[in-house]
Design a binder for this molecule. Structure first.
Ligand SMILES: Cc1ncc(COP(=O)(O)O)c(C=O)c1O
Length: 428
C-alpha cells in the first residue's frame, strides 16, 4: 500500500470514529464563475426530511418473502412493487439464474455489439418475438435503455413523436436524446391528439404515437382502439410501452394490444424484465427491419455492457411460466379485485384505475406525506407519489397488488388504510 493511500485510510478511519469524514469534498473552492457543486451543497431538503423521519424513499429491505418484507428488523406488508406475478422468489427462476451464472459467469463485460452477445440473448429474443407475434425482438440492459434506444435510433430531424402527457420518464428521455420533435397530448385525450396530428398535416417527416400501455401512476389503460384509428387516418406508427402490462393484460398476458385484440395494429412493443418478468433488462419487439436498424444504430444499446446471463435466464424462465401457467394471472386479478373493491368500499378515490396499479388519492402533498408515515407505523411499506410525478394537488399513495399477496396481507393493508384514512379525515 502506498504512503498516500495509507494516510488517506488512516484519516478516513479517524473520521469514521469521530463521526466526521475527512474525505468530504471541501465545501468551497475559489471560483470566479461559481462552483458547479453549489446546487448540491445547497440541497438540504432530503437530509431534513430524513432527520424528521419523513423521507419515504430508498428504504433498505433486508429480506423479502412474498408480499412481506423486513425493514429495520420489522416485518411489513409491501404494496407498490411491480412483481405482479410474484415470480422474484420463484425457485425455478432462481435455479435457472444459478445455472446461467455457472455457465457464463457474472458479467458479459462488453457490449452486445462486440463480445457481449450470448446464445441466451438470442434465445430470449426469439422466444419473445414468437410470444408477442412480431418479426423480431431485441433485449437491452434495462427497460430505460430500451426506450432511449428505440426513440433515439428511429426519430430523425424531421420526424414527430406524439406523447401522452403521462408517459413514463424513460420515453421523455428517449425523445430528448433524439433529433426529432415532441408533441404532448392531454392524458388519454384523443381529441387533443387529433388536434396535434391535424396541425402537422403536410409537414415532412414520419410520425409515431408513443404511449404507455398501462400508466405507471394512475393505472389507467391507454385507449389503443382510438389511437389505432387516428394512426391510420394520419399515417402514424404506434409504439406502446407495455412495462406494466406484459404478463398482466390480455388472455395470454401479451399486454395491452392483446387486451384490445389489436396486436396486428401496434408496430412496436417496448417492455421491461423488471416487473412481471421478475428480472432486469428491457426489450423491443416489432418488424424485423426496424429492430435490426435499432440494433445497429442505437447508442444506448451499443455503448453499454450486455445484460448478464443470470438475468436473461430468469426472464426466459418467467416467460415460460407466463405462457404455461395462466392461473398466476388469474390469482393476480383475484387479488386486484379484493383490494380494489375493499379500498373503494372504504370510500377512497382510486382515480378510475383498472389494473393492479391502484393509486389512492390523498390530495395535498403534506397530508400525503403524513398519511404515508402513519401507514408506515401501521406496518405498511408503500410510497407516496408527489408532483411532478402526479398533477399538482393530486398526490397519491401508489399501491399495487401482486399474485403472491395473501388474502390476509390484503386485509391487513385494507385495515391500515381504514385506520389512517379515518384518523386524517380522508374517509369518514
Ligand atoms: C412505464 C415504464 N417504462 C419503462 C420503465 C423502465 O424499466 P426498467 O426498470 O427496466 O428500466 C418503467 C420502470 O419503472 C416504467 O414504469
Amino acid at each position: 500500500m502506498s504512503d498516500a493511500v495509507e494516510k488517506t485510510l488512516a484519516s478516513y478511519n479517524e473520521g469514521q470514529r469521530s463521526g466526521s469524514s475527512t474525505l468530504e469534498i471541501p465545501q468551497k473552492r475559489p471560483a470566479r464563475t461559481g462552483d458547479i457543486f453549489d446546487k448540491a451543497f445547497g440541497f438540504t431538503r432530503a437530509d431534513e426530511a430524513l432527520a424528521a423521519g419523513m423521507h419515504p424513499y430508498f428504504k433498505p429491505i433486508a429480506a423479502q418473502h412474498g408480499g412481506s418484507v423486513v425493514v429495520n428488523g420489522q416485518e411489513m406488508v409491501i404494496t407498490g412493487s411491480n412483481d405482479y406475478l410474484g415470480l422474484t422468489q420463484d425457485e425455478r427462476l432462481k435455479t435457472a439464474a444459478r445455472a446461467a451464472l455457472d455457465n457464463f459467469g457474472t458479467s458479459c463485460t462488453g457490449s452486445r455489439f462486440l463480445t457481449g452477445t450470448l446464445t441466451l440473448h438470442e434465445e430470449l429474443e426469439q422466444r419473445l418475438a414468437r410470444y408477442l407475434r412480431k418479426g423480431s425482438a431485441l433485449t437491452f440492459s434495462a427497460g430505460y435503455l430500451g426506450s432511449l434506444s428505440v426513440l433515439s435510433a428511429l426519430t430523425g430531424r424531421q420526424d414527430i413523436l406524439y406523447f401522452d402527457r403521462e408517459n413514463h420518464s424513460c420515453l421523455y428521455d428517449g425523445a430528448r436524446l433524439s433529433f426529432g420533435s415532441l408533441r404532448k397530448y392531454e392524458h388519454n385525450d384523443l381529441a387533443d391528439l387529433e388536434r396535434l396530428l391535424a396541425k402537422d398535416v403536410g409537414k415532412p417527416g414520419g410520425r409515431m404515437i408513443v404511449t404507455d400501455g398501462v400508466f405507471s401512476m394512475s393505472g389507467h389503460i391507454a385507449d389503443l382502439p382510438g389511437i389505432v384509428k387516428l394512426a391510420r387516418k394520419y399515417g402514424a406508427r404506434i409504439a406502446v410501452d407495455d412495462a406494466h402490462a406484459s404478463g398482466v393484460l390480455g388472455k395470454n398476458g401479451r399486454g395491452t394490444a392483446e387486451h384490445f385484440n389489436l396486436e396486428d395494429e401496434i408496430d412496436l412493443i417496448i417492455g421491461t424484465f423488471s416487473k412481471s418478468f421478475a428480472s432486469v433488462g428491457g426489450f423491443v419487439a416489432g418488424p424485423r427491419a426496424v429492430v435490426n436498424w435499432i440494433k445497429h444504430k442505437a447508442r444506448p444499446f451499443i455503448f453499454t455492457a450486455a445484460l448478464p446471463a443470470m438475468q436473461i435466464a430468469a426472464a426466459l424462465k418467467a416467460l415460460e411460466i407466463m405462457e404455461s401457467e395462466p392461473w398466476l394471472r388469474e390469482q393476480l386479478w383475484q387479488n386486484v379485485e379484493q383490494f380494489r373493491s375493499g379500498i373503494n368500499h372504504l370510500g377512497f378515490d382510486t382515480l378510475g384505475s383498472e389494473t393492479p396499479i391502484i393509486p389512492v388519492l390523498i390530495g395535498p402533498d403534506d397530508l400525503t406525506m403524513t398519511f404515508w408515515k402513519a401507514l408506515w407505523e401501521e406496518g405498511v411499506f408503500t410510497t407516496p407519489a408527489l408532483p411532478p410525478g402526479v398533477p399538482v394537488g393530486q398526490s397519491i399513495i401508489r399501491t399495487s397488488v401482486n399474485a403472491n399477496h395473501t388474502a390476509e396481507q390484503l386485509e391487513r393493508l385494507l385495515s391500515a388504510f381504514a385506520v389512517v384514512g379515518r384518523k386524517f379525515g380522508v374517509i369518514s
